[in-house]
Design a protein around this ligand. Structure first.
Ligand code: MN
Length: 203
């Protein structure tokens, strides 16, 4: 198999009480695993692509053969998005960012609280399934959303952080209360990893 499900970097219950164990188990072992399985099945039809990283597939979607392009968009995107998602959370996470990313957030959004408010409001409004993102574009931080498993990489934009607002990410614990999940999620974020992604996005 060309692509593999990365192990969750912490225990399924490690993000309790903000994200429950049952959600983490389903989300990683079933949802993410299925994206990887479907991506591998598509790549088997075009083995010349198997040497490419999942990020490269998503970045260069337009060059993917048309018979598997949609499958790669949805499942390659799903694989890339979730691989990022597990690493930008950690047990005992949360708090406020420090260093260059904190300075950039203050410069472009006014304050960390203003940034969180904008992110939560924007992402709450994403209709149906999708993701909310913090990106850097033209030297400025922005909050954007994408539908489904689309990743900003396809637009040439490296995402600094993203939160999953598919119902599978929160429905067991939060039911239809997406804003409650969005508010609680900040208690899980891994600012060290997100700071590294900020450096990558802005270099
Ligand atoms: Mn998901």
């Amino acid at each position: 198999m060309a692509y593999q499900l990365p192990p969750l970097p912490y225990d399924y219950a490690a993000l309790e009480p903000f994200i429950d164990e049952a959600t983490m188990k389903l989300h990683h072992d079933k949802h993410h695993a299925t994206y990887v399985t479907n991506l591998n099945a598509a790549i088997e039809k075009h083995p010349e692509l198997a040497s490419k990283s999942p990020e490269d597939l998503v970045k260069n979607l337009a060059s993917i053969p048309s018979d598997i392009q949609t499958v790669v968009r949805n499942n390659g995107g799903g694989h890339v998005n979730h691989t990022m998602f597990w690493t930008i959370m950690k047990p005992g996470g949360g708090g406020e960012p420090t260093g260059p990313i904190a300075d950039a957030i203050a410069k472009d959004f006014g304050s960390f609280e203003d940034f969180k408010k904008l992110f939560n409001e924007t992402t709450a409004k994403q209709f149906g399934s999708g993701w909310g993102w913090l990106v850097s574009e033209g030297g400025k931080l922005k909050v954007v959303t994408t539908p489904n498993q689309d990743n900003p990489l396809t637009q040439g934009i490296y995402p600094i952080l993203g939160n999953d607002v598919w119902e599978h990410a929160y429905y067991l614990k939060y039911n239809n209360r997406r804003p409650e999940y969005l508010a609680a999620w900040w208690n899980t974020v891994n600012w060290d990893e997100i700071g590294k992604r900020f450096e990558q996005a802005t270099k």
